[in-house]
Design a protein around this ligand. Structure first.
Ligand code: NDP
Length: 330
């Protein structure tokens, strides 16, 4: 592509206090000059992207911004010996789409150390079916294994029909765990069972005012909801189990007692996929490529074009998206 040739991008900009998105034609000279220029093939839509596009919360911290926290594509030019033109690469996190330009454009520019080589075992589309959501789910499951779970009992996944939740259900089930999926979405029950959930729990049950200690239902848990759901989860995990806190889809507060920690040895572990170190990231992507089949990823993914992102952002913030949305940028 010539440096002055135009390409399509979704841009969030600010004029005084007014923050708004628009579709624009940009040229390569508009991109920040990082080590690696990438021709983007696919991006994805995460909860955070919905917030960035529609200006809910403080996700975008520099303007103008191209949102899109995930992208996959081919290296076009590289100043780094680690990558050559033609190499397929994944970029997720590192504040992509927040403080530097992200995946909702045909080209992106990134530091070499942010990138992960795309495994031969994954297509570009499937890498974005996984995206930040799948990476987060895998990091949470790696944390459960590292810090301890009771394998005799099911693992609880909350917000189960969403991106992180559905991938956590699918991965846990493929690794041989029983999975209890908590959801507020009745229309997602058969989807969750098809991913491998053994029990479905109505999310209202976990949103009730928490009692400090409850019967030991779960061997561990992946929580994306926060608030009372996380408190009830901590109170219902059996001795020495681990709870991975990934999100705040319901509430950013945690109203809990110390009893689960001091009377049952429960561990609460935080997951941050954004700044996860490169070696852990690579290990997680390798495990994801091993455990998730193309058929399964197709089953939980819808593919849309860049123009659909604003309407889909409304939908994901209303909690109406099941599984993953891949954005076709080619
Ligand atoms: P999604 O919107 O795809 O999924 C969130 C799910 O949470 C929904 O599908 C819904 O599931 C449930 N939910 C939504 N609103 C509520 C509510 N008010 N109360 C209880 N449950 C609710 O989002 P993602 O999977 O992309 O992200 C989930 C969370 O994880 C977000 O908070 C996000 O910011 C965070 N996150 C954190 C990361 C990290 O590195 N720590 C990385 C990626 C995401 P259901 O209908 O099944 O109940």
């Amino acid at each position: 592509m010539r440096d002055n040739a135009k390409f399509e991008a979704l841009v969030v900009d600010r004029e005084q206090d007014n923050v708004f998105y628009s579709f624009k034609k940009l040229s390569l000279q508009d991109l920040p000059a990082e080590d690696v220029l990438i021709r983007v093939h696919y991006s994805s839509l995460n909860y955070k992207d919905g917030m960035a596009v529609l200006n809910r919360g403080k996700i975008v911290r520099k303007y103008p911004m191209i949102p899109g926290i995930d992208l996959v594509g081919t290296v076009e030019k590289s100043k780094s010996p680690a990558y050559q033109p033609g190499d397929p690469v994944i970029l997720t996190g590192w504040e992509t789409g927040e403080t530097h330009w992200g995946g909702y454009a045909e080209y992106a520019s990134a530091k070499a150390e942010w990138l992960v080589p795309l495994s031969n075992a994954l297509s570009m589309k499937h890498a974005m079916s996984i995206g930040t959501a799948g990476l987060t789910a895998m990091l949470a499951i790696m944390a459960l294994k590292k810090h301890g779970i009771n394998r005799e009992k099911p693992i609880l996944v909350t917000g189960a029909s969403g991106g992180v939740g559905s991938l956590a259900v699918a991965i846990l089930s493929r690794l041989g765990y029983q999975v209890d999926a908590s959801t507020g979405s009745e229309s997602a029950h058969s989807f969750l069972r098809s991913l491998g959930a053994t029990e479905i729990i109505d999310r209202r049950e976990l949103a009730e005012k928490p009692r400090p200690l409850q019967s030991q239902r779960w061997g561990g848990a992946v929580d994306v909801v926060g608030g009372n759901t996380l408190s009830n989860t901590l109170a219902g995990v059996s001795y020495y189990g681990t709870v991975a806190s990934c999100g705040l889809a319901g509430d950013n507060k945690l109203n809990a007692t110390v009893y689960p920690f001091i009377l049952r040895g429960i561990k609460l572990v935080g997951i941050d996929s954004n700044t996860c170190p490169p070696e852990v990231r690579k290990e997680a992507w390798n495990r994801l490529a091993e455990v998730l089949s193309a058929e399964l990823l197709d089953e939980l993914t819808e593919v849309h074009g860049l123009k659909d992102v604003p309407a889909l952002s409304e939908k994901i913030l209303r909690g109406e998206v099941h599984g993953r949305i891949v954005i076709d940028i080619q």
